[in-house]
Design a protein around this ligand. Structure first.
Ligand code: C5P
Length: 403
């Protein structure tokens, strides 16, 4: 999955011949999973039609301060649009627009939006070679870079003028790659390896029956997806679940029983930086698992159970540099029980979710958590989607790893 997946990209198109390439660029962004809105300078519409870009981006294209088409005298809101974006890209960026950006002009909608944006701004210059090497243009590149804007350098080659030299806009594929690489470098879990356990475990009674629980695995899968999106290398060890791997870059190991999960988790633990145990591991398993289906006979039946290994406690015993996080699902004396587990299992923090809270827990799409830290501090969170809860948990881990 691309790092730009889910990102809101604001593409600013200015009046250079390379504007025709922005149709491909929008396609690439959409294919990579981004949302795209396009703003254009009035003159850019001579080079590529707003209809093309609105069709490809699935959004209205804006090029003026007023909504011309519907004569409603409504304003297009450049401030709102500037704040909407996670990143802005000006491509092609002409010498004229770059100069105005450097000086703070806002005599068109694109420039006003640029000045209103708070997100990272990339620009891909496109102009003839003499314009490109003019000291004034060079100075504008430096000024914009000093503002924190990021230049996607022009390349050398044949130019629209017939001349050959530096000034061609980078190709759409290369622009996408440049932005992806740049974003990946700034991800907070880049270079970190994360191990996550998820789902229930099934403890075989015989070939067709098992002891299990209602865990869906959703929380663990959301954690894995969020950790990957934050740049981590992720190993997800999951018990039986219908969930698909959220990202093919996540190493997903499917297991059945607690013993299988224990073996996989202890194998990978020494090489990871962070481990999160969100699995609902069965505490006991049948002492013997029958090789054939058990036949119905007597009125009652005894099943002898033996204790499963506590995976998390074992990781806590062997932990060195790792940040270790556990979950506690409690029905009574919630905080006290969770605090006990935090100590016993040698965790950095424990995520408490209570079955007493409606919308929290096993099968729901939402969760309400409280985090207990080893120094005794606690933090409560609102009821949120499991996707958002995963982000909250990882944010706490990021804060700890920066300490
Ligand atoms: O002790 P309890 O099962 O309530 O602790 C919950 C935490 O311990 C969870 O993070 C769970 O994934 C982990 N755990 C484990 N192995 C077990 C039991 C629980 O990793 N056998």
């Amino acid at each position: 999955m691309s790092v730009i997946s889910g990102k809101k990209i604001l593409l600013g198109v200015t009046a250079g011949i390379a504007a025709y390439k922005t149709a491909f660029l929008v396609r690439l962004f959409i294919k990579a999973g981004a949302q795209v809105k396009v703003v254009m300078t009035p003159a850019a519409k001579e080079f590529v039609t707003p209809l093309t870009l609105s069709t490809l981006s699935k959004n209205e294209v804006i090029s003026s301060f007023t909504k011309e088409e519907d004569h409603s005298n409504q304003w297009n809101n450049h401030v709102e649009l500037g704040l909407w974006a996670d990143l802005m890209l000006i491509a092609p960026a002409t010498a004229n627009t770059l100069s105005k950006m450097a000086k703070g002009h806002s005599d068109n909608f694109l420039l006003a939006t640029y000045l209103s944006s708070k997100c990272p701004v990339y620009f891909a210059p496109a102009m003839d070679l003499d314009m490109h090497r003019h000291p004034s243009t060079r100075e504008n590149f430096d000024t914009l870079t000093s503002f924190g804007n990021i230049m996607i350098p022009a390349t050398s080659g044949e130019l629209a003028s017939g001349l050959s030299g530096e000034g061609r806009m980078a190709e759409p594929d290369d622009i996408l790659k440049f932005i992806e690489d740049h974003l990946a470098k700034s991800l907070p879990l880049r270079n970190k390896k994360v191990l996550i356990t998820a789902g229930p475990t099934y403890e075989a009674i015989d070939p067709v029956r098992f002891i299990g629980n209602h865990s869906s695995g959703k929380m663990g899968f959301e954690l894995a997806a969020a950790a990957r999106a934050l740049g981590a290398e992720v190993i997800l060890i999951s018990g039986p679940t219908h969930l698909q791997n959220p990202n093919e870059e996540i190493k997903l190991i499917r297991v059945q029983s607690a013993v299988d999960m224990f073996e996989a988790a202890t194998k990978f633990f020494p090489e990871v930086d962070i481990a999160i145990a969100s699995a609902a591991v069965s505490d006991y398993r049948p002492k013997l698992s029958a090789t054939q289906k058990i036949k119905k006979s007597a009125e009652t039946m005894m099943l002898e159970l033996v204790k499963n290994p506590d995976i998390l406690a074992n990781l806590g015993e062997t932990k060195k540099h790792q940040i270790l996080v556990g979950f506690a699902l409690e029905t009574e004396n919630e905080e006290e029980n969770a605090a006990g587990k935090l100590q016993r299992k040698n965790l950095d923090f424990i995520v408490l979710n209570s079955l007493n809270d409606s919308g929290a827990g096993f099968k729901s799409e939402t969760n309400k958590i409280k985090i207990l830290f080893k120094d005794g501090k606690t933090k409560s969170f609102q009821l949120k989607s499991k996707t958002e809860v995963a982000r909250d948990i990882l944010n706490e881990i990021i804060l700890l790893s920066n300490e």
